[in-house]
Ligand binder design. Structure first.
Ligand SMILES: [Zn+2]
Ligand SMILES: [Zn+2]
Ligand SMILES: [Zn+2]
Ligand SMILES: [Zn+2]
Length: 386
């Protein structure tokens, strides 16, 4: 019996041995493969950072694996990696693409852990310079990866704790944005819009009057809304912005936009009559001054507001309170979110997590702002000058 089993295994073992022996050659750095040269050096690095890119998978040389077999040898340790990568790409290409079907054409898709982007914008502008949509989508994906890492570090979470992927759609043409809005977001809003909670999705027309195809505007808008999407999808599929957590929802979105870009310029205010822009997005010194001058407590007035009913200044304050929590008590971020998901109040949550009353939180937050923000503003200024 044993002999029989060995006889059956023998050819398999032989194959294994053969594969193990593939060692590549000097010309391929003993990899068995070389990097595909059809993507350009800078873009190749960005393609390597994403799970899938629908433009890269069209490459006739590498099929999107970004690797080509070495011409000088029979293969090496990375040969298998190339094969499994190609198999994963084939599977990915067979997934449902409801938005492509709806618009009757192939769209640019980019996937990274936790985010699925559709970027249907030929180009954006950076001052007088133009940047291709595909390239910008990769730059955004790179920052979204970083944002996700930071968010998870703060909230003590990982990929499996999110209920589903965050979908973000960018449209160069108003009619496409409008069309997917009606079909998938059930809204007729012409401006940027997000559906939070279950199957979260964000959609924007990048060239509308507010954004005008500007790289900076779309970059910060994307990061700000990515944080909203993540928050609405962690542990429970639920937007807490209208469940007593408006300040928390707004504050978190501003916090990650600011953490990556150094300032926050996006506001989710319902029926804003003009574009809000509190102190040009440079909030540290403005807030430190404001809090020093004013005796009255600011936090209590924020608590009953929903995300969209906070005033421009309250958005900055909400950011700052979340900023204080992120730096002083990051361990309460997730319990607070989970508390809001259960409909609990900020008062109860601060009592539960830090054994503090609101007036005590206000004092600690103010003391921290007075000590930290002037320092931080100075650092930012000198970093900018360099
Ligand atoms: Zn070789
Ligand atoms: Zn790509
Ligand atoms: Zn290629
Ligand atoms: Zn927001």
């Amino acid at each position: 019996m044993l002999l029989c089993a060995l006889l059956i295994l023998a050819p398999l073992l032989q194959e294994d041995v053969q594969e193990e022996e593939l060692a590549g050659c000097r010309r391929c750095d003993y990899r068995g493969v070389t990097d595909c040269k059809d993507h350009g050096k800078e873009l190749l690095a960005m393609e390597q950072e994403v799970l899938f890119c629908s433009e890269a998978v069209q490459c006739e040389t590498c099929g999107g694996s970004l690797l080509v077999p070495c011409k000088r040898c029979d293969g090496g340790p990375e040969t298998k990696q190339r094969e499994s990568r190609l198999a994963a790409i084939r599977k990915w290409q067979q997934r449902d693409k409801p938005v492509d079907v709806h618009l009757k054409r192939s769209l640019l898709h980019l996937e990274i852990p936790q985010f699925q982007l559709i970027f249907d914008v030929p180009e954006l502008r950076n001052g007088k310079k133009k940047i291709r949509g595909h390239e910008f989508a990769h730059l955004l994906a790179r920052d979204l990866n970083q944002l996700f890492e930071l968010f998870c570090q703060d909230f003590g979470c990982e990929l499996k704790d999110f209920r589903g992927p965050e979908r973000m759609w960018f449209w160069g043409r108003a009619e496409d944005h409008r069309s997917v809005m009606t079909r998938f977001l059930f809204s007729t809003s012409a401006g940027d819009f997000k559906m939070l909670g279950k199957n979260p999705v964000f959609s924007v027309h990048t060239h509308d009057s507010a954004f005008q195809g500007s790289v900076d505007a779309i970059h910060s808008l994307g990061l700000h809304n990515a944080a909203h999407l993540l928050l609405s999808n962690l542990d429970v599929e639920m937007w807490v912005g209208d469940r007593r957590g408006g300040w928390f929802d707004a504050g978190v979105a501003h916090a990650y936009e600011e953490a990556l870009l150094g300032s926050s310029t996006n506001y989710c205010i319902d029926e804003a009559t003009m574009t809000p822009n509190y102190e040009n997005g440079r909030w540290e010194l403005a807030l430190a001054k404001r809090l020093k001058k004013e005796e009255q407590a600011f936090i209590p007035a924020m608590l009953p507001q929903q995300t969209g009913t906070l005033t421009e200044e309250q958005h900055a304050m909400a950011w700052s309170v979340v900023d204080w929590i992120r730096h002083q008590h990051p361990e309460i971020l997730r319990p607070m979110l989970n508390g809001f998901q259960k409909g609990r109040s900020t008062r109860d949550l601060f009592r539960d997590t830090l054994s503090l009353e609101i007036y005590q939180v206000e004092q600690l937050w103010r003391d921290w702002v007075a000590a930290e923000y002037p320092k931080r503003a100075k650092q930012k200024k000198s970093r900018k000058r360099r």
